[in-house]
Design a protein around this ligand. Structure first.
Ligand SMILES: [Zn+2]
Length: 61
């Protein structure tokens, strides 16, 4: 006899592995304000928590 598939197993199958919608927050830089990932430096201006922490254009000039 086959066992009942738990909700956990059902939802962990490969068919359910697709990523959800990415979480986005507005950039803290007033001059930018674009949507960016939370808890990361802004992808557009490099700001994080009110100061610039990475160069806006990749950096390796
Ligand atoms: Zn920004």
């Amino acid at each position: 006899m086959q066992h009942r598939t738990s909700r956990s197993r059902t939802r962990h199958r490969r068919a359910h592995w697709k990523a959800g919608a990415p979480a986005l927050t507005a950039c803290t830089n007033p001059a930018c304000g674009k949507a960016t990932l939370p808890h990361r430096a802004c992808q557009h201006c490099g700001f994080y928590r009110g100061r610039e922490v990475v160069p806006p254009t990749g950096g390796d000039a």
